[in-house]
Design a protein around this ligand. Sequence first.
Ligand SMILES: C[S@@+](CC[C@H](N)C(=O)[O-])C[C@H]1O[C@@H](n2cnc3c(N)ncnc32)[C@H](O)[C@@H]1O
Length: 236
Amino acid sequence: MNPYSDKKIVDSWEKNASQWSAAVRGGHIESRNLITNKAITETVLSHSPESVLDIGCGEGWLIRELASRVPHLVGVDVVPDLIDRAEDAGGGHFLVASYEDIARGAIEGSFDVVVCNFSLLGKDSVETLFKALPARLKIDGVFIVQTPHPVTTGDQPYIDGWREGSWAGFGPGFIDPAPWYFRTLESWVTLFSDNGLGLLEIREPIHPETYKPVSVIFTSANMFDRHRKEIHTKSM
Ligand SMILES: C[S@@+](CC[C@H](N)C(=O)[O-])C[C@H]1O[C@@H](n2cnc3c(N)ncnc32)[C@H](O)[C@@H]1O
């Protein structure tokens, strides 16, 4: 198997489902406890959603976090073991599907918020998913992505490309790290605009000790639908 491929990402996450679950539920990942969990939860809730679709939901912590505030929650992930764990813990509806499956119509309906929290790791799979996303948003819906901040992540040249994975800082037991595809900030912005998604907000959660941005949170909307709604409202 190509060590730098979307397929290898899935293979690696399949091998590390129990370790990941233990790391998330045991609070082993410092940046999550300190900054990024609160940042994504607040960003989602700031839209007062009635429905949320969490894509690449892992063992389902974000769905559980939102459960008392959002009536309709759906989590989806490609790894069956993670979805089993999410279902056991509850909080919403869960199903197994890859990004390619979602692009082929595996998820029905539209949502107030579609969120990807550190789950957009690959190249082609992510680009395929983006094409399918506008159709999963309600007219006033938003698509929210949290990802490691490109400017402060790693020390390789600032150009798009595959990177070797690492489980450093995640706790014990992990094996065979997943590779990931690095995108510059400019490339992320282009990925949204090329798929008809207009950026409404970019947030940069800051580490309270280093004062460096840990992640970036993009909030986007289907510009075609919003424009259509505007024209409809004006013509009434
Ligand atoms: C870093 S984990 C994040 C999990 C969860 N969003 C969270 O915040 O805990 C990345 C997740 O993306 C999922 N994933 C990666 N590639 C995927 C694909 N092509 N289709 C569906 N899920 C995928 C993995 O299985 C994994 O659960």
